[in-house]
Design a protein around this ligand. Structure first.
Ligand code: 0RA
Length: 846
């Protein structure tokens, strides 16, 4: 390629790069017109997160084809996302067939980015298993992006192409050399299409972790550059065995090693069906089985799950009978007995699976049941023969479960008989007058004193109060029969009125030979529920969050239907009271407090800039917020390159990414950066700031230190300057300079002389200080610190309160793990967790 002394310089972006690509882009126009059909709901976040899965799935396919080991996913602070892999890289060469059709040279890469479903078309052989959820391809992501950058490393070179709303705005240009290979896509979802761009860390993290488990050997790094910044490294050589270890890590396994096996069966479709299964029993009474087909979770199970269940029941009964371990259970073990305390994953790779619906929630390929059942029965029987001590423990557990089932049935009878007798609640429940459940609310309140204020403060027409004394029984650690005997839980169940579902009813109906025998049925009766808002109201301290977690555990484990129907809420008492003179204001969180402080800061003042209109009120707030954001981003970037160097490049040189593509411009910017550093931080004063050649990307600026000077890294490279964070710092700088440049004169009421402030940075600091003048902030610790009137107006009045609805999004991921850590038998883990979170109690919010 180009000579070493002159790095390649791609042409500057032109917005009309491709006048003749209308036909290709018609497909993408369809995606923009009906995004819901291609990527899902654009309002509730599901379509948004699908974008990541669509891109990541391509990288996972590259892994399944044997070429990609590592995937890196980064959420940037502005809502853009990067997915990078070390696969072969999308081919960059001209695609002959399409080029003929279009009458111009077009690369395979551009086709992948602009033609629906093109991703796999060029290379069928390596796409044995498609992980794609929707399978529309990266081009659909491109279509709904405000902008997208594609960077490919392949055959020694680095290529870059940029797009806007699906259309290329630059050609695929060779920009440097690299001995690595891979594909990197960065895009920003278009706000014309998505109403909210809010990435859920937990949703992304748990799915990426799951993908790593399901594909042994794959490594995924995830980082979130928003806020404080967080990151995860996922690498599980043991695959789903390690998944089981994690699911059980806060529990108490009854046998040390996870049992796992693989079975393979040929099909007439060419590729065979591969079954991976891992299981381990623990001392709890719950059951967790996750079923997957081609990396997609089938939340309603299907033929693989049915096969696994049959194999378990059959194998345990056969082995138990042969070993004379079932004398006490005459009728034999039921499925639920053998699955008590079981954690299992069944993962199937299938060349052509069928599902009951587009969401792939249930696998219906009938041949899979037999393949799984035979495979698991054979391997588990052999395992039992070879490990008789482990087999005996598992059988003993199942026998206890069968006996407990009988005891629980009796206990439930007792509760059933008593549950409709609301008179037993007198003295405990303060009921409301309204009888229509849709209009009724029940506040479940921690402790008698807060219960007293709530009783006085409530609107008794539709708000009921149920105070709970002390800590309720830890429902994770006790068996159903004992839990139902607890007074606190009994009172709660009676007050709700809907009873408890019989676990028998909650069992899934099964698919037999591809025929679904019926929908999930339950005699559990939500129509008897007496309140459609069940509101948990606990203190914002460690005890309060513990009690809240206990209650959530109870609902999550025993009454999940109430969560699924959206009946469960968490009250949000204010966190701060701001007192100014005699006036009190309440703030629900730090963001609200910050907003208030800013309003206080700008009250009554006006600021003259050296150019442009005078600033007051909201305009000042906007400026102050942007200055604060600029400071925060600089603080974060400090981890990658000394913030002083970054600030100097921005304020002293206005260094932009295109400057790094040109030797002369890079040199000039380096000088200006050095001059700013010398003047602003004379102590730091580097020896020099120079422009160096960068193999992969034009140039980079490097500050060279004096001997003895200390600093973090001092390299400003393409990745940093082209990144969302630096770009934001730069754009804030450009805006303030062009619209409201300093120095500033602040006019303060009652003072004749204005306060003169040199630059925007100092103005931000001045406003920060002014915001705290004359006010007293106190942080609430408990509900008991509020009187009835305060509690009503801040937390219970439907016109002024905020309620957090409890959602049940993530059964396989963090929610369940969190419950187990907090509620399980492992005291060490629990203590560590609570200590870790004590200073940050709101993290316990689920
Ligand atoms: C088409 C053909 C080949 C690879 C890819 C697409 C590919 C796409 C993506 C999207 C994200 N990461 C990706 N990695 C690869 C085959 C290339 C060859 O045969 O060398």
């Amino acid at each position: 390629m180009s000579d070493a002394a002159t790095p390649p310089v791609p042409p500057a972006p032109a917005s009309n790069y491709n006048p003749d690509n209308i036909t290709v882009l018609e497909g993408l126009e369809a995606v923009r017109k009906r995004p819901g059909m291609y990527i899902g709901d654009v309002h509730d976040g599901s379509g948004l997160h699908h974008l990541v899965w669509e891109v990541v799935d391509n990288s996972v396919d590259e892994h399944l084809a044997g070429y990609c080991k590592r995937i890196r996913v980064t959420v940037h602070f502005d809502g853009s996302v990067t997915v990078e892999d070390d696969g072969r890289g999308i081919p960059t060469g001209t695609h002959v067939e399409h080029s003929k059709k279009l009458g111009r040279d077009v690369s395979a890469a551009e086709l992948v980015m602009t033609v629906l479903h093109a991703g796999g078309k060029f290379d069928h052989a390596s796409y044995k298993v498609s992980a794609g959820l929707h399978g529309v391809g990266v081009s659909a992501v491109n279509a709904v992006s405000e902008w997208l950058k594609l960077e490919i490393r392949r055959e020694g070179h680095v290529w870059l192409q940029e797009y806007r709303k699906g259309a290329p705005v630059t050609p695929l240009a060779l920009i440097g050399d690299s001995d690595r290979t891979g594909t990197q896509v960065t895009w920003k979802p278009d706000t014309d299409i998505f109403t909210v761009i809010e990435w859920s860390y937990d949703q992304l993290a748990s799915r990426l972790r799951e993908l790593t488990f399901l594909n042994a050997g794959l490594v995924i790094d995830f980082s979130d550059e928003r806020g404080e910044g967080r990151s995860e490294h996922y690498e599980f050589a043991g695959g789903i065995r390690e998944f089981i270890e994690l699911l059980n890590h806060a529990k108490d396994p009854i046998h040390p090693a996870v049992i796992s096996f693989t079975a393979e069966a040929p099909t007439d479709l060419g590729a065979s069906v591969v079954v991976d299964c891992a299981l381990q029993w623990n001392s709890t009474y719950g059951e967790q089985i996750f079923a997957y087909t081609n990396n997609v979770h089938n939340k309603d199970g299907g033929t693989h799950l049915t096969g696994l269940r049959s194999a378990l029941t059959r194998t345990l009964n056969t082995y138990g009978t042969a070993q004379n371990l079932l004398k006490d259970v005459k009728a034999g073990l039921l499925g639920e007995d053998v699955r008590e305390g079981l954690t299992a994953v069944i993962s199937v790779k299938h060349p052509d699976p069928s599902f009951d619906s587009q969401t792939k929630s249930k696998l219906v390929s009938s041949e899979v049941k037999g393949i799984v059942e035979t495979g698991v029965s054979e391997k588990l029987s052999r395992f039992f023969e070879e490990n008789p001590a482990v087999a005996r423990k598992i059988l003993e557990k199942a026998v206890l479960a069968a006996k407990g089932r009988e005891a629980a049935r009796k206990a439930r009878e007792v509760v059933r008989k008593g549950q409709n007798d609301i008179t037993t609640l007198s003295g405990k429940l303060s009921d409301c007058q309204e009888k229509d459940p849709a209009k009724c609310e029940i506040y479940v309140v921690e402790g008698d004193s807060a219960g007293g204020s709530a009783k006085q403060g409530r609107d008794r027409r539709f708000q009921a109060i149920l105070p709970l004394r002390g800590k309720i029984l830890n429902v994770e650690r006790v068996r159903l029969d004992r839990m139902l005997g607890s007074e606190q839980i009994g009172t709660l169940i009676t007050a709700l009125g809907c009873g408890l579902a019989d676990p028998e009813d909650r069992k899934e109906t099964e698919v037999v030979d591809g025929v679904q025998s019926g929908k999930r049925v339950s005699t559990f009766d939500t129509s008897k529920l007496r309140y459609h808002r069940i509101i948990l109201m606990t203190d914002a301290d460690v005890d309060g969050s513990h009690i809240r977690t206990l209650l959530l555990t109870f609902f999550y484990r025993q009454l999940p239907e109430l969560i699924e129907n959206g009946y469960l809420y968490i009250a949000q008492p204010p966190l701060y009271r701001v007192r100014k003179g005699k006036k009190d204001l309440y703030m629900k969180d730090d963001a609200a407090l910050d907003r208030h402080l800013l309003e206080n800061a700008v009250e009554g003042i006006a600021v003259d800039a050296s150019k442009g209109p005078a600033l007051a009120g909201d305009q000042l707030i906007v400026l102050a917020k942007r200055m604060k954001q600029q400071r925060e981003i600089l603080g974060k970037l400090d981890a990658r390159c000394d913030a002083r160097v970054v600030a100097a490049a921005v304020r002293g040189a206005m260094l932009g990414r295109d400057d790094l593509r040109d030797a002369t411009r890079a040199e000039e910017k380096a000088k200006a950066t050095r001059a700013f550093l010398e003047e602003r931080w004379p102590d730091f004063k580097p020896l020099d700031v120079v422009a160096q050649k960068d193999a992969e990307h034009g140039y980079r600026l490097v500050a060279q230190l004096r001997p003895g000077a200390t600093s973090r890294a001092t390299v400003l490279d393409w990745a940093l300057v082209d990144g969302a964070e630096y770009q934001q710092v730069l754009s804030i700088e450009e805006d303030t300079r062009s619209i409201w440049p300093g120095p500033y004169r602040v006019r303060v009421p009652g003072s004749a002389e204005p306060v003169v402030i040199a630059d925007a940075e100092a103005l931000g600091a001045y406003l920060d200080e002014r915001g705290r003048k004359g006010i007293v902030i106190s942080r609430y610790k408990g509900l008991g610190e509020m009187n009835a009137e305060e509690l009503w107006s801040t937390t219970m009045d439907p016109d002024g309160r905020t309620l957090l609805q409890v959602k049940d999004e993530d059964i396989s991921g963090r929610t369940d793990e969190l419950f187990s850590v907090l509620m399980g038998e492992n005291v060490e883990l629990r203590r560590a967790f609570i200590e870790q979170n004590a200073l940050n109690v709101r993290n316990l919010d689920i």
